[in-house]
Structures are given as structure tokens and as C-alpha cells.
Design a protein. Structure first.
Ligand code: ST9
Ligand code: ZN
Length: 347
């Protein structure tokens, strides 16, 4: 009895989509954003996080000013980019494709490296990140989805990190099988040591390197390579949950919210092909794209890096979807927007 009840409930969570899909405008509508904001339950706000995010953005804006007013050395900018790149790899290649989805396997040296990169990004421990992400995939756009995009653009972008979680998130999250991550000593080491590790990797190293090696002003290094770089990586990541659930096409399945968004893919090293990814989450490319032009244009750079490590032997067992399979799915459920003649030619 209990089991059947549970299943029906899960099915219901999934099925109240369709009318809302019709209503939803594929555009960012500021009036809608405002209305959604008004409807959020403000008694659930975690003010400590609001204050921290306001401070972070104030420092980030100060960082922008230090860059635009030419007070930042070019070496510090290059260094900030290197930090951005590593943080991005820690999230896309590590937390997302390796640990949350297990779409490929990696040997311990590479897992340690990706864990360190993921710490540079300071987006919660791998274990917490992957649990939230698994529950997001399994219960997308329901109360059990941590960044449920039905609660509005802002909520799905960053608002969810400033509110107490919906009880369903925790309830459903506890039913997930996390034993694979709990058996990974690299993941568990990071979870146990998270606080000092983010301090060193997200803030101390990015700040001290420019100061020590090329005499950058310490405050400038902290604001630009630390806070500004951190803020940028956060927003790009959050765009996958906001923009890539709102603005774009649905060539693979028109009945879900996630969309294909090339801008997000470009910024997030290949993570904007979100309509595909929600249908085939175990594909290590998070898209059907392949080929050198995609790599050159940076539309899926993470895949290029995974392939590079596969060539060195550190990566193995990459899972993909065959073109026959995604084409079949596209014909059956897609919105008909797929452009087979696109200049960025895939397979
Ligand atoms: C950040 C994460 O930014 C961003 C993730 C984005 C994901 C994007 C995915 C898209 C695809 C990949 C794209 C990559 C693109 C990359 C591009 C790069 C250029 N299941 O949390 P608590 C338990 S983080 C099961 O306190 P509250 C939990 O264990 C930014 N259980 O809930 C605990 O139990 P116990 C920095 C769960 O009080 C209890 O529930 N970090 C689950 O409601 C309470 O947990 C922050 O800002 C679950 N899913 O607070 C921190 N979840 O007590 C923000 C929780 O037994 N977080 N539990 O241990 C917080 O402060 C809080 O979590 C909160 C909620 C205020 C949001
Ligand atoms: Zn995913």
C-alpha cells in the first residue's frame, strides 16, 4: 500500500506540468519576475545568506571597478581567468558530470584534482552539490526540486540559496542512493574538511599568488581573483538553473522546462544544452554535440577536456547516446526546432 501511494505521489509531482508549460512565456518577463518575487514565502528567508550575498556582490562590483579603472595588473586578470577555468572544471567535469551523474569514470589522481577544483568554486561540498542535483533531476519543477523554476526566475537562479528548503526536497533527497559518493574517499575527505579547504582554495591562494609573484596589491588580488571571479562563476552556474529552464528551444522534449541555450553553453563550458541533458543525463557530453568546431567555439569545452584525460588514461567508461537514439526521441517528443544544417555541425 505505502509503496503504491509513494509511486502515485511521484507520478503526480511529474504530471501537473502541461497547462503551465502553455502559459509560460519563453522570454524574461520583468513583470513576471516581480510577481513571482512577491509570491515567495518571505518568512522562510535566511537573512544571514542574504547579507553574505549582498556583501559578495558589493565586493564583486568593487572588483569590476578595480579592473575597469586599470588598477589591476594584466597578470592578475590572466590568473583570475585560470582560477575561473579551474572552478568551472571542478563544477562541470567534476561535481556535475562525474559525481552527480556518473557519466564517466576517473582514476584517483584526477578525482583528487577535480575535487580541489570543485573546492575553488565554493558551491557546497561535492556530496551536498550532487545530492541537490540528483533530487533536481528526479523531481524537476516540483516542490522536491531545490531550485524549482515554477517558483520564478529569481528563485531558480539564486533565491533558493536564501530560503529554507522545502520539506519535500529533504524528504525526497533522503530516498536517493548516495552510496557511490559515500564510498569515494576523495568526496568524503572534502566533506569533512570543507571549511578550511574553501578558505584556502577559494580565497587565500587566489589572493596570495598575485601578491607574492608579481607584487599585486593584496586588496586588488582579493577583490578580483577572489570575490569577482567567485561571483562570476556562481552566476554562470546559476544561469543553468534559471536561463536554461526559461529561454531557448526544446528540440528533444517539448513537455519539459529545460531548454537549449547557446549563451549559457558558451559561458558554462557546455552546460547549456539543458533540454538534451534532462532527457539523457547519463551522456558525459551533456549534449549530442561532438567534433572539433564545437570545441573550438567553446560550446562544450568540458567534453574536450574529458576527452583529453581519456587519451591520457585518467578517464574511462564514457557513456554516450547514439545519434539513432536521440534522433528517434527528437522525432517523437521534440518541438521541431532542431537544425540539421546548423553551422556548428554536431555528429
Ligand atoms: C551554490 C550551488 O551556488 C550551486 C549549484 C547549482 C547547480 C547547477 C546545476 C546545473 C548543471 C551544472 C552546471 C554547471 C555549470 C558550471 C559553469 C561554471 C562556469 N537531500 O541545507 P540545510 C538535509 S552554493 C537530503 O541546512 P535549510 C541536510 O543534510 C553557493 N537531505 O537546509 C540537513 O540535514 P542534517 C555557496 C537534504 O535549513 C537538513 O536537510 N553556498 C537535502 O532549509 C537541513 O539542510 C551557499 O550559499 C537533500 N537534497 O537551509 C550555502 N538538502 O541536519 C547555501 C538538505 O541531518 N545553503 N538536506 O545534516 C544554505 O545556506 C542552506 O542550505 C539553505 C537551506 C539556507 C539554502
Ligand atoms: Zn545534470
Amino acid at each position: 500500500g505505502a509503496l503504491i501511494e509513494q509511486d502515485t505521489e511521484d507520478a503526480n509531482l511529474h504530471m501537473r506540468h502541461n497547462d503551465e508549460l502553455e502559459e509560460r512565456k519563453i522570454e524574461i518577463n520583468f513583470r513576471r519576475i516581480y510577481q513571482d518575487l512577491k509570491q515567495l514565502d518571505w518568512s522562510k528567508v535566511v537573512w544571514r545568506n542574504v547579507v553574505l550575498f549582498v556583501l559578495l556582490h558589493a565586493y564583486g562590483i568593487y572588483g569590476v571597478w578595480l579592473v575597469l579603472s586599470l588598477q589591476t595588473q594584466w597578470r592578475t586578470l590572466v590568473w583570475s581567468y585560470i582560477m575561473y577555468f579551474h572552478a568551472a572544471m571542478g563544477i562541470t567535469m567534476g561535481a556535475h558530470r562525474l559525481w552527480a551523474h556518473r557519466s564517466y569514470k576517473a582514476h584517483t589522481p584526477l578525482r583528487i584534482y577535480l575535487m580541489l577544483c570543485q573546492t575553488v568554486a565554493f558551491q557546497n561540498s561535492i556530496h551536498e552539490w550532487a545530492r541537490d542535483h540528483r533530487v533536481h533531476h528526479k523531481y524537476s519543477e516540483t516542490d522536491a526540486d531545490p531550485h524549482n523554476s515554477r517558483r520564478g526566475f529569481f528563485f531558480s537562479h539564486m533565491g533558493w540559496l536564501m530560503f529554507r528548503k522545502h520539506p519535500k526536497v529533504i524528504e525526497k533527497g533522503k530516498t536517493l542512493d548516495m552510496s557511490d559518493l559515500e564510498a569515494d574517499p576523495v568526496v568524503m575527505f572534502q566533506k569533512r574538511n570543507y571549511l578550511w579547504m574553501i578558505t584556502i582554495l577559494c580565497f587565500v591562494i587566489p589572493t596570495v599568488v598575485p601578491w607574492y609573484f608579481w607584487d599585486e596589491n593584496l586588496l586588488t588580488a582579493l577583490m578580483v581573483a577572489g570575490f569577482l571571479r567567485y561571483t562570476i562563476v556562481l552566476h554562470i552556474t546559476w544561469f543553468v538553473n534559471s536561463l536554461a529552464h526559461w529561454v531557448g528551444s526544446k528540440p528533444f522534449d517539448k513537455s519539459i522546462f529545460p531548454v537549449q541555450n547557446g549563451l549559457v553553453a558558451f559561458l558554462a563550458m557546455g552546460e547549456g544544452w539543458h533540454n538534451y541533458h534532462h532527457i539523457f543525463p547519463w551522456d558525459y557530453r551533456t549534449s549530442e554535440l561532438g567534433g572539433w568546431l564545437t570545441a573550438m567555439l567553446n560550446f562544450n569545452f568540458t567534453t574536450t577536456v574529458i576527452d583529453f584525460f581519456a587519451a591520457t588514461g585518467q578517464v574511462y567508461d564514457r557513456k554516450t547516446i547514439s545519434p539513432e537514439m536521440w534522433k528517434k526521441r527528437m522525432k517523437r517528443t521534440g518541438d521541431g526546432t532542431y537544425d540539421e544544417n546548423s553551422p556548428i555541425k554536431w555528429n
